[in-house]
Design a protein around this ligand. Structure first.
Ligand code: PLP
Length: 439
């Protein structure tokens, strides 16, 4: 039975689907069965990692290079950051336990102050995860009006949209990376409150949207632009003469990278990727921050981040100030080596940004199990993007490069990709370009 709802998360709201009587739970269970099959056939699904050594991981008796980590700056392994933690634990214990409204350790104030200065925004609010933020903040901002999510926005944005729908909002998707489609839809919509939701650096393609174009359209139509830059924060930042790579300086995220102002834009991102810590934030005006303290449930109802995570955020800011641009240079150089090798091999990837998320689609989606096993046997650990999590033509594997990967590890990755290309398993760039020209 074809399962398409995972790639079409709002289908539940499609009246034709409802009329046909499609049951969400049946589709869900069928999809879970497909994933169970993948787990049976593939050692990189739901694997238990027993030990790490730098970016090497041990699964059973096998050591593999980890290209599935989103710890882009290598802060998880940084000695200065690790050594900063015990002092915080001595002073604060392991866990604050209060929800923030009930008792907020001053560490939060310190993080928000430093974060606000780094981003150059008016204010910021820390909550435990981005998922908490989307689920609680999107419904408040939508205020029963219309939400326009990018059709390929992250699943957690769609989860937030569904909560908002239950509170009376209407959801209208616009085409991926298409500001003209958004503009058409905004022009036709008469809701008093409109909010546009999209990813910054996309977690699958590794590319950034044309943010200035979206910001212009949203502002012209009086809509709020809500951007989730989970993968850009810490990696890309403001441009400047002293930048060490095209990623820019300071890792202060997509709004600064494009030289945009925060006017009419709310930025959401987290520390769980580049900063290797469990915490997330919303950058917004102080007035909205104060409203969210009571209107967004997690500030009162959810438990806080562990002290170790608050400590690694603060130590991470110090390392970012002192060595961040060096680390971003290393990250860019290693990612560039992967992308250049793919180009030499004529292997297609949607990544045209040079950012460290490199998706490699397969020629035949049915090969995913075998390709996964081949990568595993060659000691390369990646994220598998299998159907039904992605559409069939996008089935493949995703590589995330981090500054902590060694050059030898990058070399191993590209050698194994070359073997897959020689075996005809990967889509070729020249073929994709020819197909595009013909279309
Ligand atoms: C784009 C994007 N948004 C949100 C999330 C969820 O973040 P969190 O774990 O902080 O809820 C992820 C996690 O992978 C993500 O990639």
């Amino acid at each position: 039975m074809p399962i398409s709802f995972l790639v079409d998360p709002l289908r539940e709201s499609d009246p034709r689907a409802r009329a046909r009587g499609d049951r969400w739970i049946d589709r869900w269970l069928a999809a879970c069965a497909d994933l169970a099959e993948l787990k049976r056939s593939n050692p990189m699904t739901d694997a238990v990692i027993e030990e790490i050594d730098g970016r090497m991981i041990r699964i059973g008796d096998r050591w593999l290079v980890d290209f599935a980590s989103c710890n882009y700056l290598g802060f998880d392994l940084d000695t200065e950051i690790i050594e900063a933690v015990p002092e915080y634990l001595r002073r604060w214990g392991t866990h604050p336990s209060w929800s923030r409204l009930l008792g907020s350790p001053v560490l939060y104030e310190e993080i928000e102050e430093r974060l606000t200065a780094l981003l150059g925004c008016e204010d910021s609010l820390i909550l435990p995860t981005i998922t908490h933020i989307h689920m609680s903040v999107i419904p408040v901002l939508a205020a029963g009006g219309t939400i326009f999510p990018d059709s390929r926005a992250h699943k957690t944005i769609y989860d937030g949209c569904q909560v908002a729908e239950a509170r009376g909002a209407t959801v209208k998707r616009f085409r991926f990376e298409d500001p003209d489609d958004l503009e058409r839809q905004l022009r036709d919509d008469v809701a008093a409150t409109r909010i546009v939701c999209m990813d910054g650096v996309n977690s699958i393609t590794g590319n950034a949207p044309d943010l200035p174009a979206f910001a212009r359209v949203a502002r012209e139509h009086g809509a709020l632009l809500y951007v989730d830059d989970a993968h850009g924060f810490g990696v890309i930042g403001e441009r400047g003469a002293t930048e060490t790579s095209p990623y820019g300086l300071r890792g202060n995220s997509i709004i600064r990278h494009f030289g945009e102002s925060y006017e009419g834009i709310v930025l959401v991102a987290g520390f769980s990727k580049a900063y290797s810590s469990l915490a997330a934030f919303i950058a917004c005006p102080t007035e909205l921050k104060e409203l969210l303290k009571t209107a967004a449930p997690p500030y009162l109802y959810s438990g806080p981040s562990p002290v170790a995570s608050l400590a690694t955020v603060l130590a991470g800011f110090d390392v970012n100030d002192a060595r961040g641009d060096q680390l971003r240079f290393a990250l860019w150089r290693k990612t560039d080596a992967v992308l250049r090798r793919l180009a030499e091999l004529d292997v297609y990837t949607p990544n045209h940004s040079g950012y460290p998320i490199v998706e490699v689609p397969l020629r035949h989606h049915e090969d995913i199990g075998e390709v996964g096993r081949f990568l595993f046997d060659r000691g390369v650990y990646v994220t598998l993007a299998a159907y039904p999590l992605v559409p069939k033509h996008e089935v493949g594997f995703r590589v995330q490069v981090t500054a902590a990967n060694t050059d030898a590890e990058i070399e191993r990755l590209t050698r194994v990709i070359a073997e897959l290309a020689a075996a005809g398993r990967l889509r070729l760039r020249s073929e994709v370009e020819r197909a595009r020209e013909a279309a």
